[in-house]
Design a protein around this ligand. Structure first.
Ligand SMILES: OC[C@@H]1[C@@H](O)[C@H](O)[C@@H](O)c2nc(CNc3ccccc3)cn21
Length: 447
């Protein structure tokens, strides 16, 4: 087998998100989020699961940090629950919410773990949704206000900020495909929201720069790799439209200052228009310090006339799949990272999410998740290839530290390297935890 080695200065971490792990949904003044509402709407979440308790990390974070410390990570990505800070989205600040995150961040720092903070990981205050949510430009300004408060409140403690997690999911998955909160199915709405999310990102970056605070700021788009089924131009074009939805649509405005014309043209054919106000693109296009990349899977895609949004279809050519039925496609990771370097240059990249759903259970105190170890090996090998090809990778944070609330799938889909019994909340380190621990310690692994 081959030894896969990493640079000595690469950061090794793990990632989670507030609504997925915290629980304590009504504790200490937290306001409702759209996921509290959505998860309690019959039929929206598998088994009627919700985040009321989740992993109860709100109360158990000291145990979680002990597990992080033993793992040997030096960076941990978490998200802040906006409605814990501003219960109605703006206006009065909930001091108990701020204090919780101070206690948590202080505990991370005391254990030599750097906090990487995501400001928005999908849990919009319900009060803002009641006023139109991300379709309303007032929500953009509310996000800028919330971000500005967090930057100043945690100055000196948090030095890596992520504005928006996966604007594609927040806009298109949640307002066109409709399986995530708030669950609309309207392409114009979703496209308008995608612009407002990038504008919110830009306005938060402006607040950060104006504050003069030290630290780095970026955003965390998700991307999938699409491979054309054949070298026929119609398949290549269909493939590029599919990938343009994840990559060019969310990268070009930030790194080039304009939306990709081929996507604008396609959306116009679908009767969708984008209303961009003077100054919007200047906010969006301003320099950022890093980009967080969330990669999980890829597909083979071919042209299919009048099929779905982009006249294309995914073709199952027999890739192994995870327990979420996602293709295991590590070559796509390498190809996607190479494409980003070719198209957008040497922007520093943190892999802010990569991992797999495998639902292995606890047997005699052990979780034998060899398939997750194999997935991580394959994708870290692709990451090593990208690094050797000159892609500016700064760190790798696996999704996820803990099994947690997997959105519309509830607790049915497990991504953690630590198993959580959602009846007892007992944590059990999986085989993949021990493998990742050894890989971090060595800085290499044997493929
Ligand atoms: O689904 C696993 C994770 C999820 O738990 C994270 O909160 C979220 O940031 C996340 N994004 C992706 C990739 N995008 C995606 C695509 C379709 C459905 C759900 C997520 C996977 N994941």
């Amino acid at each position: 087998m081959a030894i896969i080695e990493f640079p000595k200065d690469i950061r090794w971490g793990a990632a989670t998100a507030a609504y997925q792990i915290e629980g304590a949904a009504t504790k200490d003044g937290r306001g409702l989020s759209i996921w509290d509402t959505f998860s309690k709407t019959p039929g929206k979440v598998l088994n009627g699961d919700n985040g009321d308790i989740a992993c109860d990390s709100y109360h158990r974070y000291e145990e979680d940090i002990e597990l992080m410390k033993e793992l040997g990570i030096d960076i941990y990505r978490f998200s802040v629950s906006w409605p814990r800070i501003f219960p109605t989205g703006t206006g009065e600040v909930n001091q108990s919410g701020l204090q919780y995150y101070h206690d948590f961040v202080d505990a991370l720092l005391a254990n030599g773990i750097e906090p990487m903070c995501t400001l928005y990981h999908w849990d919009l205050p319900q009060a803002l949704q009641d006023k139109g949510g991300w379709e309303n430009r007032e929500t953009v300004d509310a996000f800028a206000e919330y971000s500005d408060l967090m930057f100043k409140e945690f100055d000196g403690k948090i030095k890596k900020w992520i504005t928006i997690n996966e604007p594609w999911c927040v806009s298109f998955l949640s307002n066109f495909i409709g399986i995530h909160a708030p669950g609309y199915q309207n392409l114009q709405l979703a496209t308008t929201i995608s612009h407002h999310l990038l504008l919110a990102h830009g306005k938060a970056v402006t607040k950060f720069r104006e504050s003069g605070l030290t630290g780095e700021i970026g955003y965390a788009p998700n991307l999938e790799w699409n491979e054309p089924y054949s070298n026929k131009q119609e398949d290549i074009d269909a493939c590029n439209r599919g990938m343009g939805w994840f990559i060019e649509w969310f990268f070009d405005p930030v790194f080039k200052g304009s939306y990709p014309q081929f996507m604008l043209d396609w959306f116009e054919k679908k009767g969708v228009t984008l209303s961009i106000q003077d100054g919007d693109m200047a906010f969006i296009h301003q320099p950022i310090d890093f980009v967080g990349i969330n990669y999980y899977t890829g597909s083979v895609v071919r042209y299919k006339e009048n099929h779905e949004l982009f006249d294309n279809e995914k073709v199952d050519i027999g890739y192994e799949k995870t327990d979420f039925d996602w293709n295991i496609y590590p070559e796509g990771f390498y190809k996607a990272l190479s494409k980003l370097k070719d198209q957008y240059g040497q922007i520093p990249i943190y892999i802010t999410e990569n991992g797999a759903c495998y639902n292995d259970g606890v047997e005699n105190g052990r979780v034998k998740d060899q398939r997750r170890i194999d997935y991580l090996k394959q994708h870290l090998t692709s990451l090593s290839r990208a690094i050797d090809s000159g892609v500016n990778i700064k760190g790798y944070l696996t999704w996820s530290l803990l099994d947690n609330f997997e959105w519309a799938e509830g607790y049915d889909k497990r991504f953690g390297i630590i198993h959580v019994d959602f009846n007892t909340l007992e944590r059990t380190k999986k085989d993949s935890y021990y493998w990742y621990k050894q890989t971090i310690k060595n800085g290499w692994f044997d493929m």
